[in-house]
Design a protein around this ligand. Sequence first.
Ligand code: ADP
Ligand code: MG
Length: 356
Amino acid sequence: MDRKRWYICGITALFIVFAGIIFYLNNTELPITNTLKGTEEFSAEIIAMDTYITMTAYGEYAESALTDAQEKIRKLEQLWSVTDERSDIYSINHGNGQAVEVSDETADLLAFALDMAAKTDGALEPTIYPVMTAWGFTAGQNRIPSEDELQYLLQNVDYKKVHLNGSEITLPVGMQLDFGAVGKGYAGDVVAALLKEEGVTSALLSLGGNIQAVGSKPDGTDWRLGLRDPFSEGLFGIVSVSDMAVVTSGNYERYFVGEDGVKYGHIIDPSTGYPAENGLASVSVIAAEGKLCDALATALFVMGLEKATDFWRQYQNFDMILVTEEAEIYLTEGIKERFSLDSSHSSVSVNVITDG
Ligand code: ADP
Ligand code: MG
């Protein structure tokens, strides 16, 4: 009898304890650190690849991932510096016609650059470096080379003569490579992948004119990215995107004014050796991959409106927003709904490029 009573008392006590626990859990908020960490913001700034790079990432993995991202950017910079004697690019450019063994990343980026050079019919020209040097863009002491000098240098500008065999690269003597037009885009892809691997689902990277959005904003909405007005300090428009790269090229940021009063920009038309002057003031390319955006922003700027339009109609694996020297805007139909003019430019004409 006693035993039975104790038994009932024990079960009742246990029941009360469990009921208490369930009541407690239902009426207590979840551990507050989680919700707080969900919106935690971390930023990192770094000067590398000749540009000011900023990275902002959100969430509990953001801080350590950004540390690794900085390290990765430094490593890529070391591979592709044209001046650092330990870099892959330096070894290739000083290979005296001999095969040079390079890292996987360098071989991968070169393969991509050569492919894009072929697709753009040499508008993207990874061997343009000696011409850049002649214009003084590499040493920061600008000058206007003579027509003869340019023609002479152009004899050694030809991506078709670059030999890539696995991870071995051979350049003819006198030829030089430079990843200035594609390196930052590729680096953006590598860093975006690294952040995702380390658990970051929301981040924004800015490498000079290259923006790379990882996921969407922490609140789940699109990132709203400003597009620089090539004619003033302000913005001409905004694009709303998630998980995309947006890369802008133009001759309005890095240029010099010659003794003849003419403006000379840093994107070279490889068919002439002169800075590209094909009626465009800026080109923004929007696609998932930063390297594609970067390569195309440079190449389409060289091509000009008409050829760029033909190119888009042929491939259509990207969107573009072109600003002409007359300050008109041309954009492809896929980006139309995601683009809006800045209030300061509400009267500018926007032309939509369609399939047909
Ligand atoms: P930025 O470096 O300002 O973002 P780009 O991506 O357009 O601009 O790259 C321009 C750089 O690429 C130049 O500074 C030069 O090093 C190199 N370059 C210039 N003209 C060409 C070209 N036609 N093809 C490939 N690289 C180029
Ligand atoms: Mg580029």
